[in-house]
Design a protein around this ligand. Structure first.
Ligand code: SAH
Length: 348
C-alpha cells in the first residue's frame, strides 16, 4: 500500500544518526545516509530526482517512503536601503512564517521563526496576538535558512533565532535544528555565529547551559523591575527577574559566555532615567551586554517608540554605569520587520 503524504518522514527533520537509522530500516547501506544528508542539507534539493549519485531504484524507493519539505516563498519585501529583505514562507499545512535576511559588512544573517504564532503574550509583540498555532519542525526552521540562501545565491553566515515564537518553548526541535545547521554535512555555520533569544524560560535556559554550546544567549528583559516586567513579558509572573538573573549567572558560569540583554524602548513606559538606573543596578557585575531596541510600533497595541534623544540619554546612563551597550541598527522598519507583522498583513 502506498503511504500517504502525511505518513512520510520529512528527511529534513532527521539528523545524521536518524538518517542512518532510516536507511537501515529501508534495508540500505549507511553510506547512503551520508550521500543523502549532503543533498538534503548542503545542496537543499527539493526533489529526489536531483540526487544524481543514487541509483534510480533507490530514488524511487525514497520518494515512496519519504518527503522533502519545500521552502515556498509566498512573498518578500526589500527595505528602502536594500540591506534587509523580509520573507514569508508557506508551510505544507497552509500556515506561514516570517524570516528576515540582514546584510551586514561581516556577512549575511538570517532571523528564523521557530513557531507559528507564540503563546508568551509579550505586550508589544505582534507574533503573539492570536496565540500559538504550532511548533515548527527542525526541517521547517532549516528551510528558512536554505530557502534564503537559494533565493539570493549568497551564503548565510550568521543565524539569529529571534523570529516568531519562543525557541525554548520548542526546545527539542530547536536543538536539533542547531545541531544540523552547524554540521559539516549541512551549512557548517559555527555556533559562535548563532544567537538564540528567549523571554526567560528559566529551566530550559539551565538545560541549554549544560549543553555548553558556544552560541550567544540573548534574554528579552525589557524592564528593570517585576511590576513592569509582569506587564510587558508575562513569563515574568512565572520566573521573576531575580530568578531570571540567577539563571543568567549560572549560564555564564557554566558556558563562560556573556549574555546579551535585549531592552525594547517604549515611550514613557520603560525608558526614563529611573528605569536606566534600576537596570544598571540589577545588571551590576554580570558579564553581559545590553542591546537597546527602539520598539517597532504595532498597530493593534498603541504604544510609541522612544524618541532618539531619550534613547541616547538612556544609553549614556548605562554607559556611565560601566555597562556595555549598543543600540540596534534600524533595519527594515519600513518593511514590517517587527515580529509577526508581515504574516498578519498577509492574512488580513
Ligand atoms: N521569544 C523570543 C524570541 C523572539 S522575539 C524572545 O522573546 O526573546 C525577538 C525579540 O524581539 C525579543 O527581544 C522581543 O521581545 C522583541 N520584540 C518583539 N516585538 C517587538 C517590537 N514590536 N519592537 C521591538 N522589539 C520587539
Amino acid at each position: 500500500m502506498p503511504r500517504s503524504i502525511t505518513d512520510k518522514v520529512n528527511l529534513r527533520d532527521l539528523n545524521r544518526q536518524e538518517m542512518k537509522e532510516f536507511f537501515l530500516s529501508l534495508g540500505e547501506k549507511p553510506f547512503r545516509a551520508d550521500q543523502v544528508c549532503r543533498w538534503v542539507f548542503a545542496q537543499g534539493v527539493t526533489s529526489f530526482a536531483e540526487m544524481t549519485n543514487l541509483p534510480k531504484v533507490l530514488r524511487d524507493k525514497l520518494a515512496e517512503a519519504a518527503k522533502l519539505s519545500q521552502p515556498t516563498i509566498l512573498t518578500s519585501q526589500v527595505s528602502a536601503k536594500g540591506d534587509t529583505r523580509k520573507y514569508l514562507f508557506g508551510l505544507s499545512d497552509g500556515n506561514a512564517v516570517e524570516c528576515v535576511l540582514m546584510k551586514h559588512s561581516y556577512g549575511n544573517s538570517v532571523c528564523v521563526s521557530t513557531q507559528v504564532g507564540c503563546r508568551m503574550g509579550c505586550f508589544f509583540c505582534a507574533s503573539t496576538i492570536n496565540g500559538l498555532v504550532r511548533n515548527l519542525t527542525p526541517g521547517e526552521i532549516y528551510d528558512q535558512v536554505m530557502g534564503i540562501q537559494r533565493d539570493t545565491g549568497e551564503r548565510v553566515s550568521h543565524i539569529v533565532i529571534m523570529g516568531s515564537g519562543e525557541p525554548l518553548d520548542n526546545y527539542e526541535n530547536v536543538m536539533k535544528f542547531l545541531e544540523i545547521v552547524n554540521a559539516e554535512y549541512a551549512l557548517n555555520i559555527g555556533y559562535r555565529h548563532i544567537t538564540l533569544s528567549t523571554c526567560g524560560l528559566v529551566p530550559k535556559m539551565l538545560e541549554l547551559a549544560e549543553k555548553k554550546l558556544p552560541i550567544t544567549l540573548a534574554v528579552s528583559l525589557h524592564a528593570p523591575n517585576d511590576e513592569l516586567r509582569d506587564q510587558l513579558v508575562p513569563m515574568n509572573r512565572k520566573y521573576n527577574i531575580k530568578q531570571l538573573l540567577a539563571a543568567c549567572s549560572e549560564y555564564i558560569k557554566i558556558t563562560g559566555r556573556r549574555i546579551t540583554f535585549e531592552y525594547a524602548l517604549l515611550a514613557d513606559v520603560n525608558d526614563s532615567d529611573r528605569h536606566a538606573r534600576q537596570l544598571a543596578e540589577r545588571l551590576k557585575g554580570l558579564m553581559c551586554h545590553v542591546n537597546l531596541i527602539p520598539a517597532n510600533p504595532v498597530e493593534e497595541k498603541g504604544f510609541l517608540r522612544t524618541p532618539p534623544e531619550r534613547v541616547e540619554s538612556f544609553r549614556n546612563y548605562l554607559e556611565k554605569a560601566n555597562l556595555n551597550v549598543t543600540v540596534r541598527r534600524e533595519l527594515g522598519t519600513d518593511i514590517d520587520a517587527a515580529c509577526g507583522q508581515l504574516r498578519r498583513r498577509f492574512e488580513k
